[in-house]
Design a protein around this ligand. Structure first.
Ligand SMILES: [Zn+2]
Length: 266
């Protein structure tokens, strides 16, 4: 029996061809016993292994959602990030987590050695400890050792105020991990990718969907997003964790290579 790689390469050098035709080819050629590991996807969070992740509406990346734990690319990337950086969560650390996602809540809630603050603007999120408006954070200056805020700022009216609040409550020795969807990376909309698009006239769900890619987003960030962090006084320690994981990991875990995890200090 020939090796699966050789078999598919014979038919086509295209990995996409392989993916599209996998089921058909599998039946036709009784390949059930061949090794698939080389092509296999893996979710580092829940351990799911399979041919593919699920696509997700409106998002340009085709392999988004884990069919088992519903993680998206950024969750898998952040999981790998946290795994690599245990220094960010030492004993006694205060950790502010905005709009906690279930898979991360599960990861942090039982870590009794850390002081965990999962918070949200609404009490609809079952995983929260307190209702917190990110534009007016009810904690004192220099309070948190770690802040994690992913895909929140695009929903917030005054994101500049929100970023300055994040900086205010972060300890001088602390770290803030900030992610937003950026045009040309998370979205592919036909507007200048270098500049954030924001227009008060785009004030209906339809217009927001058209210009910002999602009806509850209040702007479409461009690659200038990091200037908002810098203008607020943050220093960006790194933003290329995912790219540095290398092609193989990006492919296996279905990550977005250019997605930035902004690791900020003040
Ligand atoms: Zn998963």
């Amino acid at each position: 029996m020939i090796e699966i790689k050789e078999f598919f390469l014979k038919r086509s050098n295209s990995y996409n061809y392989y993916k599209t035709n996998y089921n058909k080819l599998l039946k036709e050629n009784e390949l059930l016993n061949l090794k698939l590991s080389e092509y296999e996807k893996e979710c580092p969070i829940c351990g799911y292994k399979g041919i593919d992740f699920r696509p997700y509406p409106q998002i340009i990346h085709k392999e988004v959602e884990c069919p088992n734990c519903y993680s998206h690319e950024r969750h898998r990337a952040l999981y790998l990030f946290f795994k690599e950086r245990p220094d960010l969560l030492r004993k006694g650390y205060k950790f502010l987590h905005f709009a906690p996602e279930s898979m991360f809540y599960d990861l942090f809630k039982n870590r009794e050695e850390i002081d965990y603050y999962p918070v949200d603007i609404s009490d609809e999120n079952p995983f929260i400890r307190e209702i917190v408006d990110i534009q007016d954070i009810p904690y004192e200056d220099d309070f948190f050792d770690l802040i994690y805020c992913s895909h929140v700022l695009e929903h917030v009216v005054d994101d500049k105020k929100a970023i300055s609040e994040l900086k205010r409550v972060l300890k001088p020795s602390g770290t803030a991990l900030i992610l937003v969807p950026i045009n040309g990376i998370a979205f592919e909309l036909p507007y200048d990718e270098t500049k954030t698009l924001e227009n008060p006239q785009y004030n209906t769900p339809e217009l927001r969907e058209k210009y910002y890619g999602q009806d509850d987003h209040l702007r479409l960030y461009g690659r200038d997003f990091k200037d908002r962090l810098i203008d607020a006084g943050f220093k960006i320690v790194s933003d290329d964790f995912i790219r540095n994981l290398g092609h193989e990991a990006v492919d296996r875990y279905a990550l977005i290579r250019d997605e930035n995890i902004f690791e900020c200090v003040k």
